[in-house]
Design a protein around this ligand. Structure first.
Ligand code: AHR
Length: 503
């Protein structure tokens, strides 16, 4: 067994109030996310509007505060007007991002209704690829205005009297990516984003805007893209987006678990770039981060590329249906811990995505909805990770992997939920060879005892769930000690740990 990890958690060491939107997610019109995912009239669990109740129940279990919609790459050629009004008059369209057919049977209004059913807010993206400011304004008027004007009237004529009141808006998607319909240079995009936000704010000054950052840390234009875009748009926007997906293509689990070191670098670089532009502009405002696409994504990419090339223009094909295994869940736990450690700057994060497409929730078209392995760390973070992110003092041993050095053995974060009177420690032992003793001194929280110690442990990194069996589920442990405010347990190698304390 390696060296003991020691953590001291104190009430007074507060990093920041955690924005609930840290546990957001994302639904794109892609593959089976919408059709046969959230929506399937005729399915035994479908409600009167055709939404699957089994999926609604699982989304509610996750308690997702905000959902980004309708893309993703899809948004860059989305004509929102085709998705509203009487269903029988809606136009079918080609989706150029995923080379599929979009029936528009589910559109803006239906999605807004679904969001109400799952208690989520909508985070709406506008098309700044093949369209621009005027269309974004029309969409905003349709969604948020109560005026006796054309698009607000149009919404009312569709039976929706009360505006949707969407507060958070994404100014396009991954506009740095050459694959994006309407891809632009940073200066072109920054200017368009600034002008669009300015005009939209004139219509509704309660809005918040997310400007597109880089599509991932490997983009050749990163981080100059962020700097140039913010040079143009700084005063008009509130957040910059970050997207990052991880994979274990080389089947090197230890190195896969070290990838949150790269994530830390990504975060530091984006924050520094925002602050550089702030200094340059002598601005008083900070730009916060919207990490609005994150997950593991690699299991299906080759097959998906093949499918899109060879069989274009299908309706709701099986695309991006990654089946997640145990080690993917551990990586997602590590990512969530990293977000909590940066809760002072990350205000929105969206697990990409939510249903069927690189998702924690899967559906069988003729069967049930089920939970993937990655459902659980996200569930635990959403359930126990609300309140204030604390800054614990941690001493832990390190190891090296093939591509990373000085990788901490145990990664952890602590959250204080004053309202519920709970303190929660999230921890991953990412050492793939040794179980490790973990000690947490929470003496500042007088009289607190362990309420629950939840773990995900497995010797088989590739173990996965399916519609018919769920070998990867959390369990509770009781083999710990708690004396004089000091918790101690042996954390299994490659494990996700959630320790909930209450009085
Ligand atoms: O989430 C899948 C895709 O990944 C999104 O459409 C795009 O924004 C990103 O490249």
């Amino acid at each position: 067994m390696g060296q003991k990890t020691k953590m001291i958690v104190d009430k007074d060491f507060k990093l920041a109030k955690i924005d609930d939107r840290l546990y957001g997610s994302f639904i794109e019109h892609l593959g089976r996310a919408v059709y046969t995912g959230i929506y399937q009239p005729g399915h035994p669990s479908a409600d009167e509007e055709g939404f699957r109740q089994d999926v609604i129940d699982l989304v509610k279990e996750l308690n997702v505060p905000i959902i980004r919609y309708p893309g993703g790459n899809f948004v860059s050629n989305f004509f929102w007007e085709d998705s509203v009004g009487p269903k029988e008059q809606r136009k079918k369209r080609l989706d150029l991002a995923w080379r599929t057919m979009e029936s528009n049977e589910v559109g803006l209004g239906e999605f807004a209704n679904w969001c109400k059913k799952v208690n989520s807010e909508m985070m709406m993206a506008v098309n700044l690829g093949t369209r621009g400011t005027a269309d974004a304004l029309n969409l905003l008027e349709y969604c948020n205005l109560d005026t006796p004007t054309y698009y607000a009237d149009l919404r009312r004529s569709h039976g929706v009297d009360k505006p949707y009141g969407i507060k958070t808006w994404c100014l396009g998607n991954e506009m740095d990516g050459p694959w994006q319909m309407g891809h632009k240079t940073a200066t072109e995009y920054g200017h368009l984003a600034a002008e669009t936000a300015k005009a939209m704010k004139t219509m509704d000054d309660s809005l918040e805007f997310v400007v597109c950052g880089s599509s991932n840390i490997e983009m050749p234009t990163f981080p100059q893209w962020e700097a140039s875009t913010l040079e143009e748009a700084y005063e008009y926007v509130d957040y910059i987006s970050l997207h990052q997906y991880y994979g274990n293509r080389k089947n090197d689990t230890a190195d896969f678990f070290a990838k949150t070191q790269d994530l830390e670098n990504f975060l530091h670089s984006v924050i520094s770039t925002c602050d550089f532009v702030k200094a340059k502009k002598r601005s008083k405002k900070d730009i916060c981060l919207s990490f609005d696409e994150w997950n593991v994504w690699y299991h299906t990419t080759d097959a998906d590329n093949d499918e899109m090339t060879k069989k274009p223009w299908q309706t709701a094909p099986h695309l991006l249906e990654d089946i997640y295994n145990f080690e993917d869940a551990i990586l997602n736990g590590l990512i969530l811990i990293t977000f909590l450690k940066h809760a002072d700057r990350i205000k929105i994060a969206c697990l990409a995505q939510l249903v069927n497409v690189i998702a924690p929730i899967m559906t069988e078209t003729d069967g049930p909805a089920w939970r993937q392995t990655i459902f659980y760390p996200y569930l635990h973070a959403s359930k126990y990770g609300r309140g204030v992110s604390l800054t614990p003092v941690i001493s832990t041993s390190t190891h090296d992997t093939t591509q990373h050095s000085h990788v901490t053995d145990i990664e952890s974060a602590a959250v204080y939920n004053e309202e519920k009177g709970e303190v929660t420690i999230f921890a991953v032992n990412r050492n793939t060879e040794s179980d490790l003793v973990f000690e947490a001194d929470i003496r500042g929280f007088e009289g607190y005892q362990v309420k629950e110690y939840i773990v995900m442990e497995s010797d088989d990194m590739k173990l996965a769930n399916s519609a018919s069996s769920s070998p990867v589920v959390p369990k509770t442990r009781t083999d710990y000690t708690m004396e004089n405010g000091v918790f101690e347990a042996v954390m299994k190698k490659c494990s996700w740990n959630v320790i909930v304390f209450s009085k």
